[in-house]
Design a protein around this ligand. Sequence first.
Ligand code: DX5
Ligand code: ZN
Length: 220
Amino acid sequence: MSAHKKILSPSILAADHAALAEGLQVVVENRLEWIHLDIMDGNFVPNISFGPQVVKDLRKRNNTLFFDTHLMLARPDKYIEKFIDAGSQLVTIHIEPEYDVEGTLKRIRELGCQAGISLNPDTPVERILPLLDRVDLVLVMSVFPGFGGQSFIESVLPKITRLAQEREARGLNFRIEVDGGVDSRTAPLCLEAGADTLVAGTAFFKAADKPAFIRLCQGE
Ligand code: DX5
Ligand code: ZN
């Protein structure tokens, strides 16, 4: 079993982008520690979100939240420094595009940041097994990245279980995060499978009873 405390990382993608600071405030008011920042380039994924300047300005509004930055970029290696300078404490990159994945993970850590690796729903978990001793977090995508509000793809659950088993067998300590379609029905499935970190955009910002949703995601 993982020793990690369970964390809900709300995705600000689901907040009002003309008032992102207000979204940040909702996260703070609910005493959460993490915020998930989805960065999309219109190339690796068919949508564009926001860039390092926005992250930097959000950081100016809040100095305590843990910035969990998810780079959905065709060339993440070109941008990691900008997102780390902007105040990210964790930068997660995808395994699928063509670039030096290992070198980029190494560089993220050298820059004093935590490093995460992510895989799309159709990428076999075997592809990232050789990298597990070099990361602080594995982000299992439970939707095809690009948009919030999609339905959870249940066939990714065995990947979570496999990662939890590998972690145990190899004495590693990375977090297992799930992203996409996490709501009050699917969050318990993720936790049961072995996840310790849940991203939720739509379900969090739309939840009428946020404290109840938070407790559910944090396994309380
Ligand atoms: C999808 C993003 C997710 C997304 C989650 O490309 O990586 O973080 O915002 O949104 P929901 O929770 O609405 O599926
Ligand atoms: Zn994300």
